[in-house]
Design a protein around this ligand. Structure first.
Ligand code: PLP
Length: 401
C-alpha cells in the first residue's frame, strides 16, 4: 500500500444526484427535509434588517427562496455543471421567465420553429405583444439563423431534440452565431435530459427544464428550472422571479429531489428500451418512418452522436395509413397509455396533430414534419419486451382497416 492517501476525485453525477446540495437541520434527518413554510422568523429586528439588506445570508420568504427548493437548485447545478439555478412552478414558467427576464420592448429573438406548443405561443404570440419581435427559423439550417440576426437580436432559443420530430440541432454552431451577434443562446433541454446532453459544453448561456418530465419521472408534480452563470442569474433572472412569483412549491421541490436520486437509472433504462423499440418499429411494414436520434437513418445521426451520449427516451414514428391507422394502433394498446405527458415511468403515446399541435394550421404542421400519421412514444420503465408486444398488437390492429 502506498503512503499517500487515495486520491480524492470529483464525485460522479450519480453520487451527486443522491447527496448533492443536501442541507441538514439540527435534527440530522437523513432524507431531505420538507420545509413547508411560507416565511421565516428572525431572532431580532437587526437580523431582519441585515437579511433584507443582503448583509446576512438566510431565507426571507418562500417566493424568493426556501431551503427545500434551494437543495433542489443546488443539486441541479451540480448535475448541469453550472453556478446558479432557480426553480419554478412549471417548465413553462421557466421558459417564460428565462426569456422575459432578459428582454425588453424593442429587442428581437430568433427561435427554432419546432417547439413545444406552449413555447411556440410564448415566442410567436406573447413576445410580439410586448413589443419584442421574434423570427422563427428552421433550426437545422444554420444559414437561416445567420440571416435572421438583426442589430437588436438579444436571444436565440431552441429545443434539441425537438418535439415531436426529434430533430437534432447543432448547438455549438448555433451558439457561435448567437455570440457573434452579441446574443445569448437559451436551450430547452427537456427531451435530451440533463444526463444525455450538456448544452453548456456547446456554448449555451441558459439551460431550462420542465422538471415535470424526467426529473420527477413518475408523473406527480409540475416544476421547472433555469440554469446559468451566477452573473446572468443575478443580473436578470433572480429579480424577475422574486418580483413576479412563479415559485416552485417546497413540496414539489422535495419530490424533484427524490426524482433526481433515481434519474440516471431511469434515463438509462428508458433510453435502452427506446432504442430497442425504435429498431423494432423500423422492421414493420405499416410504419412509414421511425425517428430516433441514435438510429443510423436519422437525418442528423452523426450530430446526435457528437452532441448526446444517448438517443433519449422518446421515439416518434409515422403510420403509413395516416390518422386512422395511428388511432387504431393507439386505441389497441393495453400497457402503453394515451397521454400527452412524457418522461414518465409509464410509457405514453400521443398523436401530436390532434393534441399538442392541434392549434397549428395543417401547413404549419407539415413544415414541422407533423403528419396525420405521426405518433410520439415516451418510453417508460416497463419491461421492453412487454412494450414491444403491446406495440405489435397495436400494429396488427392498425393494419386491419
Ligand atoms: C413539457 C415541456 C415544457 C413545459 O413544461 P411544463 O412543466 O408542462 O410547464 C417545455 N418544453 C418542453 C420541451 C417540454 O417537453
Amino acid at each position: 500500500m502506498s503512503d499517500d492517501a487515495p486520491p480524492r476525485r470529483p464525485l460522479k453525477p450519480a453520487t451527486q444526484l443522491v447527496h448533492g446540495g443536501t442541507q441538514r437541520s439540527s435534527f440530522g434527518e437523513l432524507s431531505e427535509a420538507l420545509y413547508l413554510t411560507q416565511s421565516f422568523a428572525y431572532p431580532t429586528m437587526e437580523a431582519a434588517e441585515a437579511r433584507f439588506k443582503g448583509d446576512e445570508p438566510g431565507f426571507i420568504y418562500s417566493r424568493f427562496s426556501n431551503p427545500t427548493v434551494a437543495m433542489f437548485e443546488q443539486r441541479m447545478c451540480l448535475l448541469e455543471g453550472t453556478e446558479a439555478a432557480r426553480a419554478t412552478a412549471s417548465g413553462m414558467a421557466a421558459v417564460t421567465a428565462s426569456l422575459l427576464a432578459q428582454l425588453k420592448a424593442g429587442d428581437h429573438v430568433v427561435s427554432a420553429r419546432a417547439l413545444f406548443g406552449s413555447c411556440l405561443y410564448v415566442v410567436e404570440d406573447l413576445l410580439p405583444r410586448l413589443g419584442i419581435a421574434s423570427t422563427l427559423v428552421d433550426g437545422a439550417d444554420l444559414e437561416q439563423w445567420k440571416a435572421a440576426v438583426r442589430p437588436e437580436t438579444k436571444l436565440f432559443f431552441l429545443e434539441s431534440p425537438t418535439n415531436p420530430g426529434l430533430e437534432v440541432y447543432d448547438l455549438s454552431a448555433i451558439a457561435d452565431i448567437a455570440h457573434e451577434a452579441g446574443a445569448k443562446l437559451v436551450v430547452d433541454n427537456v427531451f435530451a435530459t440533463p444526463l444525455l446532453q450538456k448544452p453548456f459544453d456547446f456554448g449555451a448561456d441558459v439551460v431550462v427544464y420542465s422538471a415535470t418530465k424526467h426529473i420527477d419521472g413518475q408523473g406527480r408534480c409540475l416544476g421547472g428550472v433555469i440554469l446559468a452563470s451566477q452573473a446572468l442569474i443575478e443580473e436578470s433572472v433572480h429579480n424577475f422571479l422574486r418580483q413576479t412569483g412563479p415559485a416552485m412549491s417546497p413540496f414539489n421541490a422535495w419530490v424533484m429531489l427524490k426524482g433526481l436520486e433515481t434519474l440516471p437509472l431511469r434515463v438509462a433504462q428508458q433510453t435502452a428500451s427506446a432504442a430497442k423499440i425504435a429498431d423494432f418499429l423500423a422492421t414493420e411494414k405499416v410504419v412509414g418512418r421511425v425517428l430516433y436520434p441514435f438510429r443510423a437513418d436519422h437525418p442528423q445521426a452523426d450530430l446526435a452522436r457528437r452532441q448526446m451520449s444517448g438517443g433519449g427516451t422518446l421515439v416518434s414514428f409515422s403510420m403509413a395509413g395516416g390518422k386512422p391507422a395511428a388511432f387504431r394502433l393507439a386505441n389497441a394498446l393495453e400497457v402503453i397509455k394515451i397521454s400527452n405527458n412524457l418522461g414518465d415511468a409509464k410509457s405514453l403515446i400521443t398523436h401530436p396533430a390532434t393534441t399538442t399541435h392541434q392549434r397549428l394550421t395543417p401547413e404549419a404542421r407539415a413544415s414541422l414534419g407533423i403528419g396525420d400519421g405521426l405518433l410520439r412514444l415516451s418510453v417508460g420503465l416497463e419491461d421492453a419486451d412487454d412494450l414491444v408486444d403491446d406495440l405489435a398488437r397495436g400494429l396488427w390492429a392498425a393494419a386491419r382497416a
